[in-house]
Structure formats: structure tokens, C-alpha cells
Design a protein around this ligand. Structure first.
Ligand code: FAD
Length: 436
């Protein structure tokens, strides 16, 4: 049976959907589906909100289409089906000297999902976004199988990178990986005292990979304190050391501010005052949260939201204002990170802009939703942008104002999908496909 009625959610487990899901294993089956009953696709549903959902309609789960189709060991160009996980590409190719040039904080992100959100990694300030390393993408678009690249079908290509799946279902892509001397990372961690120290340290960092954890409960003179991690590829082979942990039930620890305060203080103390440098297996550095199975249960049954925004380099005071508000609320979970971003972005709806991006998880409660609303407004006033991969609360008006090429994207999505068969819950909620 091709279609099976299923209940499913995004990563935040706040918004859910019920609908018929197909899980094709072959390109021919996918082609047939797209001919007869076109529907939006999803990967591993690591997006937090409703971008992979289609409540009451059909959707295509791409995770069985996960084959490597070709690899050139001289150039590092790999061609793979859209459902392959980026963590799997790293696991397969790093021992052979190549790794995806950009990976987000989860190795469960599929190739199709990485393209559809034009994801960024801890090296965005030097390597740009995922889509900038895509050589070509093959998709079922406008009733045909089409291949687009930066030089062929350019507009379709730019509408597809970060295009939240609205220009077609991605079948496969070729990406250019980067050389790596081993399967390890040399990581230097050091304590950061406060907000100004955070910005100064990220600004001054010359490391190819840099990310800062923030204790989002710390206030006053400790506002913004945290740990800066700087890293580079290291020339040795280390297998993953981290033992998977499991959260068996909805215990809701991350919804408890007393627990979070204690956790954060202990987390900071792990790092000696003078800092430390160690070699870690790549996946432990890139995907630390993947080792905790059922992690989302730490927020309890009600689920959680992530607020992620980016603001320009001259807007760090606005970001500080957001941090003050978050710290005052006492609502943030231990998951809060700050990264520097470069200007690199591959598509019309790509999130990145040069500056700083802040991401904070909150348990799903009334007070947190109100706070996120206020933070979104502060981001808009600072000329910043919200990330669709994380969003479940914004309004269409807010989002459209943040993405200046949105109308060009609407026109391209309309050409690719004139009947609106690829529309998802997020696109409906934000009314993204209407040109006004
Ligand atoms: C722990 C964690 C850490 C993260 N860290 C980062 C980070 O550092 N940087 C970052 O940028 N993001 C980050 N993310 C977000 C995540 O990388 C993105 O949401 C990514 O798109 C998820 O990929 P997925 O395969 O699960 O796609 P899904 O969430 O299933 O889908 C995402 C979008 O892609 C579309 N899509 C998926 N597959 C296809 C296809 N084959 N054809 C057409 N459309 C498709 C869907 O319709 C949807 O719009 C993180 C998420 C988690 C859970």
C-alpha cells in the first residue's frame, strides 16, 4: 500500500498533522506519485515547526531514498538521493578524506531538507550556506524532471535553495564536499564572562568553526556568559566516543527554571578557568544533541519552540536587549547559542545575513509564546530575520517583510507548482504563496 494515514509532528512537537504519507524507495515510484498525486516532501522532520507538515493532505517521506549515486574522489563531488542524512555522508566519506562543507547541528538533516532550508553550520562566517556548495539539484517540478544549477535554470535554482520545498520535490543533488585530513576536530573551549565578551570573542575569532553557548538564565553583570567553542579539522581518525543516552519519558526537566539554572552553572564549570583544547570525533563536535535519543521529551508533553533570528553586525545592542528580556523571563532552556554569520546565502528565501544569529529553546507555554512574539518584534525593528526552519509562531506579514526577494520566489513557485499541490501547513499559515 503506497499511502498510509499517519499522525506526525515537527521537531518541537507543538504543531502536528494527520494525513496520508507515502515512503517511496525508488525514483520511478516517486515519479509516478508526482505524476498522479503530487504532494510536498519531508525529510527527517528536524525542522521545529510546521514546514514539513501537511495536515489533512498527502505528503512524501523521502527518508527511504537515501542512496549515494556517484562520487568523484578527485573533486569530492558526490551525488546522492535527497533522503540521505548529512551525518551519513560524513560517516561514509570523512575516512576517505572528504566531508560535507556545511552541516547544521544535527546529522539527521537530509540532503533535501538541507537544500530546502539552505542550512548553515558553525562555519557559516567562512564557508557560507549549504546551497553554496550545491553543484546541481534534480527535482520533480512543474510536472517534469528538471535539473537546476547556478548556471542552468538559475532562477529555479535560487528559488529552490531555501525554498521550503515549494518549487518541486527534490529527487537528488550533487554537492561539492571539502577535503578533511581525518575524522577528528581539534576543539578549544573557553569561558566567556558576559555579553560584551561574547561579541568581542566571536568577532576576534579566526577559527574556521566557532559557536558560543549562552547561559540564557544569567542576568546583570553575568548576562550573556557562556562558553566559546572554536575548532578546526584535525588530522587523525577518531571513532565517535559519545555513548547514546536516552530520555524514556516526558520528564519536562528543560521546562523547569530551577533545573535549568543549576544545569547551566554546572555546564559552565565543566570548562577550566584557563580553557581547554581536546581532539573530538567529528560527529561529537558537529551533532552533540543527536546522541540524546528522545531529547525533545525533556520539554514535557506540551513540546517546545525555538526562537532563532539573525541581525546585522551593527545591531548587537538589539540582540543584547533580546538577551536581557530572555534572562528576565527565566523561561529559556539550557539550549541557547550565538553564532557569527557571514553574508553567504544561496537562495531567495535563505535565512543568513552578515551579523549574529541567536537561537534559544523555550518550553511551549503561554508566557513563552508571548515572549517570542516580543522578540520577533525586536528582531524586525533591528532589520533582522527569523529562520523558517525553526518558526511556528510568526505571522506572514512579519516574515514577508524580512525576505526582500519573497515575491520573486512566489512567482517561481507558482511556475513550478501552479495548482498549489506542494503547499504545506507553514506556507498556509504564513500565506507565503500569495503575491501580496
Ligand atoms: C538539534 C538540531 C540542530 C539544528 N541545527 C541547525 C543549524 O545549526 N543550522 C541550521 O541551518 N539548521 C539547524 N537545524 C534545523 C535543520 O537543519 C533544518 O530544519 C533542516 O531543514 C532539517 O532537515 P530535514 O531533512 O529533517 O527536513 P524536514 O524538517 O523534514 O523538512 C524541512 C523542509 O524541507 C522540505 N523538504 C525536505 N525534503 C525535501 C525534498 N526531498 N524535496 C523538497 N522539499 C523537501 C520540507 O518540505 C520542509 O519545508 C537544527 C535542527 C535540530 C533538530
Amino acid at each position: 500500500m503506497l499511502w498510509k494515514t499517519t499522525e506526525y509532528t515537527g521537531w518541537g512537537r507543538v504543531l502536528n498533522a494527520t494525513g496520508d504519507i507515502a515512503r517511496p524507495e525508488r525514483a520511478a515510484t516517486l515519479a509516478r506519485i508526482m505524476q498522479d498525486t503530487p504532494a510536498p516532501a519531508f525529510g527527517n522532520r528536524r525542522s521545529y515547526g510546521d514546514s514539513p507538515l501537511n495536515d489533512g493532505g498527502r505528503a512524501i517521506d523521502m527518508t527511504r531514498m537515501d542512496k549515494v549515486l556517484a562520487f568523484d574522489p578527485d573533486t569530492g563531488i558526490v551525488e546522492a538521493e535527497a533522503g540521505i542524512r548529512l551525518g551519513e555522508l560524513m560517516r561514509l566519506f570523512a575516512p576517505r578524506g572528504w566531508t560535507p562543507a556545511v552541516v547544521p547541528g544535527t546529522g539527521f538533516c537530509t540532503l533535501g531538507g538541507a537544500i530546502a532550508n539552505d542550512v548553515h553550520g558553525k562555519n557559516h562566517h567562512v564557508a557560507g550556506s549549504f546551497g553554496e556548495h550545491v553543484v546541481s539539484v534534480t527535482l520533480f517540478s512543474g510536472g517534469k524532471r528538471v535539473t537546476a544549477s547556478p548556471s542552468r535554470q538559475k532562477t529555479l535554482f535560487r528559488a529552490t535553495m531555501g525554498g521550503i520545498g515549494q518549487t518541486g520535490v527534490i529527487l537528488s543533488a550533487k554537492i561539492k564536499m571539502k577535503p578533511c585530513p581525518g575524522t577528528a576536530m581539534r576543539v578549544t573551549e573557553r569561558r566567556i564572562d558576559d555579553w560584551d565578551d561574547q561579541i568581542d570573542a566571536l568577532e576576534a575569532s579566526t577559527a574556521p568553526y566557532a559557536v558560543s553557548w549562552i547561559d540564557a538564565q544569567a542576568k546583570g553583570s553575568k548576562l550573556g556568559r557562556g562558553i566559546l567553542e572554536e575548532a578546526e579539522l584535525a588530522g587523525q581518525n577518531l571513532p565517535s566516543r559519545a555513548k547514546p543516552k536516552s530520555v524514556p519519558v516526558n520528564i519536562g526537566l528543560f521546562s523547569n527554571s530551577l533545573f535549568t539554572k543549576g544545569f547551566n552553572a554546572g555546564y559552565l564549570r565543566r570548562i577550566p578557568v584557563g580553557g581547554r583544547t581536546s581532539d573530538k570525533p567529528m560527529e561529537d563536535f558537529f551533532f552533540p544533541l543527536d546522541k540524546v535519543h528522545g531529547m525533545t521529551k525533556l520539554y514535557g508533553k506540551a513540546g517546545f519552540h525555538q526562537f532563532q533570528c539573525v541581525v546585522g553586525p551593527d545591531q548587537t545592542d538589539a540582540l543584547r536587549g533580546m538577551m536581557e528580556r530572555i534572562a528576565r523571563s527565566g523561561l529559556a532552556s539550557p539550549l541557547a547559542v550565538l553564532k557569527r554569520m557571514g553574508a553567504g546565502r544561496a537562495g531567495m528565501l535563505s535565512f543568513p545575513m552578515e551579523g549574529y544569529t541567536l537561537a534559544v529553546d523555550f518550553p511551549n507555554r503561554d508566557k513563552a509564546r508571548k515572549l517570542i512574539g516580543a522578540l520577533e518584534q525586536m528582531c524586525a525593528e533591528a532589520g533582522g530575520r527569523l529562520y523558517l526552519a525553526k518558526d511556528s509562531l510568526a505571522t506572514g506579514e512579519t516574515i514577508k517583510a524580512m525576505y526582500p526577494e519573497w515575491q520573486d520566489w512566489v512567482a517561481e513557485a507558482a511556475k513550478a507548482d501552479p495548482e498549489g499541490a506542494l503547499i504545506t501547513d507553514m506556507v498556509r499559515r504564513l500565506d507565503m504563496r500569495s503575491a501580496t
